[in-house]
Write a protein that binds this ligand. Structure first.
Ligand code: AMP
Length: 306
């Protein structure tokens, strides 16, 4: 079985210098699962309210995402509003309405409990923990979070970070969580909690992956048109985990390739609002951009010294 993901399925209201989307489809689990579905089977754990249109559920199903774990309960769907200035790297949250998230009790379908790969996308860390405790023997667990949970539930978040193999987090959030302005020191501090790898997302500057004794750097794909960075981080994580789950290669070379697939997926997602670009993305485009990434970062080594 492929990946189980818990996270938000949301309505987003987003403003960028290039336009505005009101109550569009969003959420960390939505972006993650759509991206991962290009590589492997994905099973979703999330909650929506009575106001969530069936058309969005049909979109997830059209990507072959298993929605047995998507609960619909009384109340309104989680809603996030955010704004980006010309510096598209950092979202400014204008409003977060948790709505049905406060009533959510994840209860994983039996078929989800033997998942090999688990992604705890950005959501309340108590819910991340509840889901983690229901998956029997995952081969690999990764998680993400956000400033909202770092400030409101730091202790619960710390417990989650101690239980996972890979932490995927934004640069600013790594600094916020550790209180350390130097990124290398912040990375060391997060790794000391117990994870094997830390992937730091740096928007248009790409990603850095840290282990206790190594660093790997990947640039972001240079694009002329970036419309909406919302979901770039979750889309990155979906491509990263999706590729890992599809190959099962968790050695360093496989993980580095997965970082590039994640970066490729994020680069497509930012080309349009909401998940619009994902709706007509084809796998051959993904492979072709992966090859261009190789050319982008390849350089000749030094000759052997005599
Ligand atoms: P990102 O990949 O970081 O740009 O994630 C954007 C998505 O995160 C949006 O579609 C939001 O619906 C979702 N989101 C925003 N705030 C939260 C939160 N506090 N918890 C979970 N998901 C959130």
């Amino acid at each position: 079985m492929g990946i189980v993901v818990v996270g938000t399925v949301a309505f987003d209201t987003v403003e960028t210098p290039f336009g505005r989307g009101e109550n569009v489809l969003g959420g960390s689990a939505t972006y993650f699962s759509t991206s991962a579905s290009f590589f492997t089977d994905v099973s979703l754990v999330a909650v929506v309210g009575e106001d969530f249109p069936d058309e969005h559920v049909q979109f997830l199903k059209s990507r072959d995402i298993n929605t047995d774990g998507l609960q619909r309960i009384q109340g309104k769907t989680f809603h996030w509003s955010g704004r980006y200035g010309y510096d598209l790297n950092e979202a400014q949250t204008l409003d977060t309405q948790l709505n049905v998230l406060t009533q959510f009790r994840p209860n994983l379908p039996e078929s989800y409990r033997d998942a090999d790969y688990l992604f705890l996308a950005n959501i309340d860390p108590d819910l991340q923990m509840e889901v983690l405790s229901q998956v029997r023997r995952p081969k690999m667990v990764a998680c993400d979070t956000m400033n909202f949970w770092i400030s409101s539930k730091p202790e619960a978040l710390r417990r989650v970070l101690q239980m996972v193999d890979i932490v995927v987090i934004n640069e600013g959030e790594a600094r916020q969580f550790t209180g350390e302005s130097n990124l290398v020191k912040a990375a060391r501090s997060i790794i000391s909690l117990g994870c094997k790898r830390l992937v730091v997302k740096r928007g248009e500057y790409g990603v850095l992956m840290f282990t206790a004794d190594s660093v790997f750097a990947a640039p972001a794909y240079p694009l002329e048109e970036v419309f909406d960075p919302t979901g770039a981080g979750d889309t990155f994580a979906g491509g990263f985990m999706g590729y890992l789950a599809s190959t099962g290669n968790l050695a360093d070379d496989g993980i580095r390739q997965a970082i590039i697939f994640g970066s490729v997926m994020a680069s497509f997602n930012v080309e349009d609002f909401s998940l619009n670009r994902m709706k007509f993305l084809e796998y051959r485009e993904i492979e072709s951009r992966f090859r261009r990434f190789k050319a982008l970062t390849h350089f000749q080594g030094l000759p052997e010294s005599i």
